[in-house]
Design a protein around this ligand. Structure first.
Ligand code: ADP
Length: 487
């Protein structure tokens, strides 16, 4: 059994702004089910949804701050969540990173540096908790100083740093190095310095024993200028210690056989029952009810990353085809307006729902035949996995987690029963259109289509499988752990 300190700035269902929270809420549970001793470390934000009163378990002073550590449990689990309680930094309205007006907290560097220092004190068993982890698993820039500070310690635990999104790096003015009282030996271009600025994410990438991302393909992509956000050189330098592990999905929440949002349940053996969801979707959104017309769905943040512009570019030709389109999303107002205009012009072909709607998202996954996800980049992506579990064939761009979870339907993959979707390479409207045409050809071959649906529905996207890979990773870095020279 390993002792794992999981350091994160958000964890579902306590607090969530994005996919990091889903991973932090699911992976520790899956590791615990593999009999590991996991504790989550989280700031004690005002917005946390905690059940009951957390218990005070320690008080410590770091960097002139008197900090309390409180303990609660991750809901529906027996996993301890240790909360870093420092009201001046965390007991505030707003979300973990921004104030109630959506502005980044001006003292984010101070807030997360303190959080990191507490993580190091716990990791070194100096927090009177009588517990020292074997592994410190850090996530995204908010935790980047943990591997950096740990690298200066003797007899330290091994560290893993997971990148969930390269686009957020925690870059602050160089002067913060002084105000944060950071050890001078960390301040150099091979350390925390990034073009004369302080980079939290570099703390993780430079000093962690292992770096991971949320899919194997994204781990390769971020070593290139197109995806590396300026850190491709460093990532490529550390490639021997860089790998990707795909996220799992919540198999209870996303289960077509028992989904509480659906009136009509089905599984791979009763695929014909999926049809009733298509009818319900068409009725609900005011599209002509037609069981034969291929229905293409999209659920997405409406931003450039997701390739919404590619879909808009294809629309004139798509509208010539015998298909229906259902879009659910919110985001950039220019995309919202363009989609709205098209939906108003073609109400018999396009149904658009602007906003966030969990129930409709489940009905689209169940009722659509085909799911569109032409992302420009995708660290992992969830919807393509939900789609496959629902027998809704995804059309994806072959990037990041999409490349790792969708097997293109070609003669050989259809023959060996691995085909589970359609993928295309170029981030261009022409390639997307070709992929859609290829998909429609298969749709019109019902027995092949059914085989692809069945392949997709039988795939294992469980967190258990991902947790097993993390466990193997922890074991390998523990045995290879060659700590950085202590200063
Ligand atoms: P990202 O995290 O980049 O937005 P993912 O595919 O990893 O993309 O996850 C998106 C999640 O948010 C999925 O669970 C998806 O169903 C959900 N989602 C996105 N937009 C909406 C929306 N408008 N309504 C309901 N759910 C949405």
């Amino acid at each position: 059994m390993k002792k794992i300190l999981f350091v994160t700035s958000e964890a579902h269902p306590l607090i969530k702004t994005g996919g990091l929270a889903d991973v932090s809420g699911s992976l520790p549970k899956a590791l615990a089910e593999l009999s590991q001793d996991v504790r989550i470390l989280l700031p004690n934000y005002q917005a946390l949804k905690i059940q009951g009163q957390p218990k005070l378990i320690s008080t410590l002073k770091v960097d002139n701050c008197q900090v309390e550590i409180l303990e609660t449990l991750l809901p529906d689990s027996s996993i301890p969540v240790w909360l870093v309680d420092y009201p001046e930094f965390f007991d505030l309205p707003g979300n973990p990173y921004n104030d109630a007006q959506g502005q980044a907290w001006p003292n984010n560097a101070q807030r997360f540096a303190l959080f990191c220092r507490i993580a190091v004190e716990i990791a070194m068993n100096r927090a009177q908790l009588d517990w020292q982890p074997d592994i410190v698993h850090c996530n995204d820039w908010q935790t980047g100083l943990v591997p950096a500070l740990l690298s200066l310690e003797k007899n330290r635990p091994a560290s893993v740093f997971t990148i969930h999104n390269m686009a957020y790096q925690g870059i602050f003015p160089a002067a913060d190095v002084i105000s944060l009282n950071l050890p001078g030996q960390l301040w150099n271009p091979d350390g925390l310095e990034f073009y004369d600025m302080l980079s939290f994410i570099k703390g993780g990438i430079v000093y962690a024993d292992h770096i991971s991302t949320v899919s194997p393909t994204y781990a390769l992509e971020i070593q290139t200028p197109e995806f590396g956000c300026g850190l491709e050189g460093l990532l490529s330098h550390r490639k021997a210690a860089l790998s990707g592990i795909i996220n799992g999905i919540d198999l209870e929440q996303w289960n077509p056989a028992s989904d509480p949002y659906l009136d009509h349940h089905y599984q791979s053996k009763t695929l014909a029952d999926k049809q009733a969801n298509k009818t319900a979707l068409q009725q609900q959104l005011g599209l002509p009810v037609d069981s034969n017309v291929p229905l293409l769905g999209l659920i997405s943040r409406l931003v450039a990353q997701k390739g919404i512009d590619l879909i808009l570019e294809c629309l004139p030709e798509l509208l010539e085809m015998p298909i229906q389109l259902v879009f659910l999303g919110a985001g950039d107002s220019a995309f919202e307006q363009q989609l709205q205009t098209q939906a108003d012009l073609h109400p018999e072909k396009i149904a658009l729902s602007l906003g966030y709607d969990e129930r409709l998202a489940h009905l689209i996954e169940a009722g659509a035949d085909i799911f569109l996800m032409p992302s420009r980049f995708e660290p992992c992506g969830l919807n393509q996995m939900y789609s496959q579990r629902y027998g809704t064939i995804p059309i994806v761009r072959k990037t990041g987690g999409l490349a790792d979870t969708v097997t293109d339907s070609l003669p050989h993959s259809i023959a060996d029963k691995t085909a589970s979707g359609i993928s295309f390479n170029e981030a261009g409207a022409g390639s997307l259109l070709e992929a859609i045409k290829r998909c429609l050809l298969l749709y019109n071959q019902p027995s092949t289509w059914k085989k692809i649906q069945t392949n997709a529905m039988r795939k294992d996207f469980s967190w258990r499988q991902s947790a097993e890979k993390y466990l193997q990773l922890y074991t390998s870095i523990q045995s290879e752990n060659k700590p950085h020279e202590s200063a």
